[in-house]
Design a protein around this ligand. Sequence first.
Ligand code: ADP
Ligand code: MG
Length: 517
Amino acid sequence: MSEAIDANQQKATVTAHQINISVAQQLANLVKSTLGPYGMDKEMVDAAGKVVMTNDGATILKETNLKHPTATIITEIARTQEENCYDGTTSSVVINGELMKKASLLLDKNIHPTRIAKGFNLANNKAQELLEEIAIEADESILLQVAKTAMTGKSVESDDSVLAQICVEVTNSTTMDNISIVRRPNGKISDSLAIAGILVDREKVHHNMPSSIDGAKIALIDVDITLPEFANTIQVQVQDNEAVKQFIESRKGQLQEIAESITSSGANVVFCMRDIDGFVSEYFAKKGIYAARRVAKSDLEAVSKATGARIVSSIDELSESDLGKSELLEEVMVGDKPIIKLTGNKTSDAVSVLLRAPTQHVVDEVARAFEDAIGVVSVAIEDKKVLAGGGAPYLYLSKELKEYANSVGGREQMAVSAFAEALEIIPSALAENSGLDPLDTLIALRQLHTSGSIGIFGVDVEEGGGKDMREAGVLEPLRVVSQALQSASNVASQLLRIDNIIEMVRGPEIGEDGFNY
Ligand code: ADP
Ligand code: MG
């Protein structure tokens, strides 16, 4: 009897590991082909036919309908990576899949899963130390290369120097939450620029309004500057001319009151999140006031932060203390459309980037790549440490950990060696995705990483073989690699410690069967 239970437990244990290994590998395979500068995009279609094109590991996992609990745990890796490092999501999931694959070979040799997990932890701790040792100090020229590397493979390459320059400039000058990005199609990527101040993608509502205001006093209003709906649609008997006249007059009177309550605050610029009545626009224009309508909430918030203006929802309560201040408001032409520029703001933290590209689709893609690059560069600035890319650190770690394994006793030694081997998956996938032979590339790279190597040789995706990634300018923050390893390894250990996947079936509601649960 007890033997039968043992056998059953054994079976359940094997099954849980097999499932976890299989799910981890499936997810790794799903994203692996997107890795690196020549990674392929995935076209994802949901049930409603919405298409998402992406080459980003985190996005792929987010958009894929993953219901398995193990898949949820692994998707967490990508989310943590994205949140902390803005990059390296694909790498972390791919490493996790490879660690699970190696673990499965050790399980086949009857090595206990907790031993494997322990070995993986030892290897990861050693790897973290080794990475610190080969880290490179990040100076200004290195930051430019970090920005370029972050944007590689994202269809902005031909103009990556302009964008990298802007990226480093703005990230150096302020914090990430003070950077706003405006996208404008019908231009060249190289026409993109950054300004110290705020750009608002709107224009004046009335052609007679001034195109620039010195000493702007800005009112931010997030409600309609019109009369309530019923007053616009009220039915008037057309036979009664006097009533019509009276109605129009009283309407004008009410609108005039609204307009005056705004101007009496001393505002000479009005940004409204909703609509502005034609009569009010006319009135503003006559008074030399600049006004824009349908200004995005995010823009109102950015202007509020930079100029000190308070966003007001009740027009009659607007007063001078609610107004924000900018030295200059200008409406400037960008391509064939104007844009509003606010400079000399109350606080100098706000920075805006105007991204240009030929079409809306391209400018959206450029914006995604640029936003990621800002995150990556800010990580490099914060930590001041980077590593060579192209799989170089993984090859270095692989070599060093194989040696370290010899100093580890017991079954854990095999797990450390397996961990070391698993890391070669990154250079191998980079080679494969670039149309190179992965095995030949690994052999060439292992030779370059013999004694004395300082972890700088990575995959030469153009010519094949290996090359010095510092010379090639392929650099990424230390944190991207160390976090990718850390979470891949932690989750692998976590999955190995699970010996049963139990489906929790919801029982009856509390009290339904007379019991309290
Ligand atoms: P992830 O989601 O892991 O960041 P990416 O598709 O962005 O995946 O690929 C990142 C990998 O590509 C990193 O290992 C990086 O070093 C490598 N890489 C980027 N540019 C180059 C390059 N020019 N040559 C070789 N490897 C590169
Ligand atoms: Mg990346």
